[in-house]
Every structure is written in structure tokens, then in C-alpha cells.
Design a protein around this ligand. Structure first.
Ligand SMILES: [Zn+2]
Length: 437
């Protein structure tokens, strides 16, 4: 079943012909790209030795994406997603790398749990060409009290700390975390939300019609405001706001950047694509945290992405088994899938002139790679570094997204039923080419 989702072929030296190459620097029309022994050997370079050729069909070739926020649910939550289905979804979404979140079973808050997760995914990384990078909890069991062992975890490969799913409520703990992370240069990713609001949908017509509890924007921006206060005490610490949903939060990020603090932010594809007036009250995948907000917020997020106040796009891919997504909005779990539909959302923005080609590659690939300090070849085409590319038909007409096309184990996508433009034709990962049917 999984195998039929793509055709895979290996090669030693390959010339990808008849493609438009999009990078952060330029758009090169009708180009050819040479890949040898899994490494990028140049655009319009003349290959030496025996070379195979593949027709790119006039489509776009760009650096494969890097997703800085995905819930692979490893370890311990194979009923929501498995390494095989999660990495397949990432492959089909045009990604070369994901940063997986630590709110798992058990929590990734020790080197021991981390190692277990790393071992579990390893065989699938080589099968699908997609690499998994790891984040660990800020506090043990996400309890907002005892810090985890940052130095040990960083030494074991952790690239960021986050209690994603739960904001850190304790001011003192936030300050201690910044104090330690400042020395390590590793970012803290905040899921900004003060609990107690009890909401499930942002105020708006669908929330009112369903009588769902309103989820205001205050719990988000208040926490960012508090974090920035603590951050000023440790101004060399790196602070990142996960899934910004409101324009008020954006303003705080904008000001903090002006101030020279090391603040970054991301936006999720669903917050870009929908607003409170376009969400579907019959699809419980629209219960996600933070919720989709007003048309004004949506507009501000696109603008922030264009201007660079928002650094990149991250999916917050959050698979849930179907029993978690039944009943009412107030009862269902938070979360929507995202890995397989983000490129379509970026193309949607591109067609409207909100993202040019270079900025699209930045927010999809190079900026998150830079943020996570990934090795050469992730997020960019780097001469002689491992080659990872997404092969995209940016002109493919809009198509209604259906459950059948989902590769994830879970099916909770808020994009089901939406018309999405563009199509990913395949991917190149080092010595392998993947073609999607
Ligand atoms: Zn979150």
C-alpha cells in the first residue's frame, strides 16, 4: 500500500533536464541540473563520464523543504502516526527534513527517550530520503517546573527545546531556560498560550453558530509579551514563537526584532489559507491550537511572511486517530495534518502575488534550515553537498483535496474539501528519484 504511493529509482550520475530552477537567489528557466553520487554538481554544468537523463517536463525544481514543527508522534504514539507514514507524508510534501516535537509518550525529556526515538526512525530515513531532527522538552514531563538536561540533550543531537502543546507558565522557569540556552546557542520554541481560556474556536461566525467556546488571542500575545520581558535579561538567547496566529503577536515580534533581540517566528499553512469566515464547521480538523483567526489576522500573517517579520512556514503537522476527532469542537482534540498540503498553500500565495519565487523557497526551505543550523544541502542547493529537491508543477490547476490522497496514518486534515493549486510531481534525495503517481 505504501509502496504504491511512489516509484523510486536509484542512479549514480543524473542530469535533470528541462526544469525551471527556483532558488533563494534566482529563477533559471529551462535549465539542467547535474547530480553525481548523491551530490549537487551544478546548474547548467557539463557532466563528465556516463550520465543518465530525466526529463523534468518543464516543471520547477527547488530545494526540498525543511519543516521546523512536525509531530511525528515518535516514540510511543504509533496509533496516530508511524515513522513510515509520517516520513512518507513528508516525502510527498516535498520535504527533506523535519524537526519532530517532544510531546510524545513518554515525553522526550531525557537522552534515553531521545535515543529510543532516533533508533525507531533511522531505517525509514534512508528509505524515504527524509531526515528527522529532534527537539526536546524545556521541562521534565512538560510540567513547567524542572528543566531538562540541556547540555546532554544538545550533545545527543537536540536542535531546539520546546514544550509544544503547553506554554511555559512559570516566569522564573522561562528565565532559567533562557539563561542556560543563551550559552548553548540553541533556540527555545514557545507554544504561546496561557491556559484557562477553555476555548476551542476563535470568535467568529462558525464559533457562534456552533456555540463553541471562544478562544481569544490574548493567551497567545500575553505569553509572548511575558517571554520578551524575560528574554531581555538574557539578550543572547534565541527565542522562537511557534505558529503565530494573531496580528497582535506579530506586532510584538516585529518590535522585538527592531530592538535587536534574537527573536524569530513561524506561521502554519492553515492560518495562511483560512480565516474564521472560511472554516468548515463540519470538519473537526479545524480544531487546532492556536485556532484560525479573523480575515484581518490572516491578512497580517501573509504580510508578515512577505516582509520577513515571520521567518518561515512550519506545518504543525498533528495527526490524531479518528476517535480523538469526533463529537463537538469543545470535545475534540486539537490538531490538523499539514505536511502534504503546505506547498499548495505557498503556491496559492504565489499566484496572488504575496510570495515571489525566491521568498517561497526561503520560507519553505532555506530559512528553517538556517534556523536549525542544518548541515549543507538541507534547504539550499550547495555545490558538492547532498542533493535534496522538490519537483513541483506550480501551474497545475486547482483540485479538490480528498482523504484518498493522504499518506499519513491519520486523516484529520482541515484541507479536505478545499480547492488547492499546484502539485508535487516527485522528489530527489541524494541518489534516489521518487516519482509520485
Ligand atoms: Zn503548538
Amino acid at each position: 500500500m505504501i509502496k504504491s504511493r511512489f516509484a523510486k529509482r536509484e542512479f549514480r550520475s543524473l542530469l535533470i533536464e528541462n526544469v525551471d530552477v527556483w532558488t533563494t537567489e534566482s529563477v533559471i528557466k529551462n535549465a539542467r541540473v547535474w547530480v553525481e553520487n548523491g551530490r549537487f554538481r551544478g546548474i547548467n554544468a557539463t557532466p563528465t563520464g556516463k550520465v543518465e537523463r530525466i526529463d523534468g517536463g518543464g516543471k520547477v525544481l527547488m530545494p526540498a523543504g525543511v519543516d521546523a514543527q512536525a509531530h511525528l508522534r515518535v516514540p510511543g504514539q504509533g496509533h496516530k502516526e508511524t515513522p513510515a507514514t509520517g516520513l512518507l507524508a513528508a516525502l510527498k510534501g516535498g520535504y527533506s527534513a523535519i524537526l519532530t516535537m517532544p510531546n510524545t509518550q513518554p515525553t522526550i525529556d531525557s537522552v534515553e527517550v531521545l535515543k529510543r526515538g532516533q533508533e525507531e526512525v533511522r531505517p525509514f530515513e534512508s528509505d524515504f530520503g527524509v531526515h528527522v531532527f529532534w527537539s526536546a522538552a524545556i521541562t521534565k514531563k512538560l510540567n513547567s517546573d524542572d528543566l531538562t538536561s540541556y547540555e546532554d540533550l544538545v550533545r545527543a543531537g537536540v536542535r531546539a527545546f520546546t514544550n509544544d502543546g503547553l506554554g511555559v507558565t512559570n516566569d522564573k522557569v522561562m528565565e532559567q531556560a533562557f539563561a542556560q540556552l543563551e550559552k548553548l546557542g540553541v533556540p527555545l520554541l514557545q507554544h504561546a498560550e496561557f491556559l484557562g481560556h477553555g476555548g476551542s474556536l476563535a470568535p467568529g461566525p462558525v464559533q457562534e453558530k456552533l456555540g463553541a467556546s471562544p478562544y481569544p488571542d490574548e493567551p497567545e500575545w500575553k505569553m509572548v509579551e511575558r517571554d520578551l520581558r524575560e528574554l531581555r535579561k538574557h539578550p543572547r538567547a534565541r527565542y522562537h514563537v511557534l505558529h503565530v496566529s494573531s496580528r497582535k503577536t506579530l506586532e510584538l515580534v516585529r518590535q522585538a526584532k527592531r530592538e535587536g533581540l534574537l527573536v524569530t517566528a513561524e506561521v502554519s499553512p492553515h492560518h495562511l489559507f483560512f480565516n474564521t469566515e472560511t472554516i468548515d464547521g463540519d470538519n473537526l480538523a479545524f480544531k487546532m491550537n492556536p485556532p484560525i483567526r479573523s480575515p484581518e489576522d490572516q491578512k497580517a500573517l501573509w504580510q508578515g511572511l512577505q516582509e520577513g517579520v515571520v521567518d518561515f512556514v512550519a506545518t504543525d503537522h498533528a495527526p490524531h486517530e479518528s476517535v480523538m476527532k469526533i463529537g463537538s469542537f469543545d470535545k475534540a482534540a486539537f490538531g490538523t495534518l499539514g505536511l502534504e498540503t503546505t506547498m499548495n498553500v505557498l503556491i496559492f500565495g504565489h499566484r496572488r502575488g504575496w510570495l515571489n519565487e525566491r521568498r517561497l523557497v526561503e520560507v519553505f526551505a532555506s530559512k528553517p534550515a538556517e534556523f536549525l543550523r542544518l548541515p549543507g544541502g538541507f534547504g539550499t542547493f550547495t555545490l558538492d553537498a547532498p542533493f535534496h529537491a522538490a519537483w513541483v508543477d506550480v501551474n497545475a490547476p486547482e483540485q479538490v483535496y480528498t482523504e484518498d490522497s493522504i499518506s499519513s496514518l491519520s486523516k484529520n486534515s482541515c484541507f479536505i474539501g478545499s480547492k488547492l493549486p499546484g502539485r508535487i510531481e516527485g522528489a530527489f534525495h541524494e541518489q534516489s528519484v521518487f516519482v509520485f503517481p
